[in-house]
Design a protein around this ligand. Sequence first.
Ligand code: IMP
Ligand code: MG
Length: 332
Amino acid sequence: MPCTVIVGAFWGDEGKGKIISYLALKDNLDFCVRTGSVNAAHTVWMEGKKYALHMVPAAFVNPKCRLFIAAGANVQVAKFLEEVELTKVHKRIGIDNNASIIEDKHAAQDKASAHLKGIGTTGWGVGPAIEERVRRTAKLAKDLPELQHYVVDTVTEINEGIDQGKRVLLEGTQGFMLSLYFGTYPYVTGRDTGASAIASEAGVGPTRVDDVLIVYKSFITRVGAGPLPGEMTKEEAQKRGWFETAAGTGRDRRSAPFDYDLAKKTAKINGATQAAVTKLDSIYPECKGKRRFDELQSEAKQFIKEIEKQTGVPVTLIGTGPDALDIVDRRK
Ligand code: IMP
Ligand code: MG
């Protein structure tokens, strides 16, 4: 803090939503800026209720936090309005003038393309909407009457906030290995998902970012096609208690054990200054709900120390359960 980028280390679904909701409450975030688009779902638990958010920033759990949709983001209007209603954030969310719009035709194109089916896209139309933006024929948020209540100059507001020392979180979506530039092309999403790109989409210059928090999950998952080193069978994943289904599309997530080499590479390219490790309780069930490092069993502590040793990045936050506050916070 004050300006932190959150980036996913692998193929998405590392638990960024949970980490962001914790920081929103614990660090009293002033601003949270969502990048990317509707293809990514961030899971947040609040007061026993589960939210899988596709558009509204995960920091909504703090009622004082102002929320933004970045200039580089792509807005699915129906989903945005539905989630604003669900989370009751009408008065504190702004969409940048220049955010672009995903139309129904984009989702139809996404689903009709045999090539995109082979990649296993989410079908939300994000790729075709980005193509349209690159062609410079996309509609922007400022063009739509139904968004007029929300449209603002987020870039000025965010940068003035940083000048005033506000606590600003730039919410990355998906994972670094899905990056259009650095991931497992062509089995990637339609944008760069790295820390620099997250800042760029939000309109924040690189020198104004204080921290890059990379989020690792204790094991790796991937949805859709493309390589996954160390992939295990669904039966094996179920036996280990690692089997998951996607928060957005309900598809099975493929899984693999934690990969130190990949963790090291993604920490370096993203310039990570801190790391979070989520779902430690999935691989060490005795850790469930623990909130202090010295309460963790020795193998679990060893695992965290090995990540620090191999990546050279301090693991400051450790997730031990779904609730926002199920965290070992080692920052103090
Ligand atoms: P698209 O982003 O819908 O074009 O899908 C491209 C690839 O990225 C597919 O393999 C998707 O499963 C994957 N993908 C996109 N968004 C997410 C996400 O938020 N979590 C995990 N995988 C994602
Ligand atoms: Mg997700």
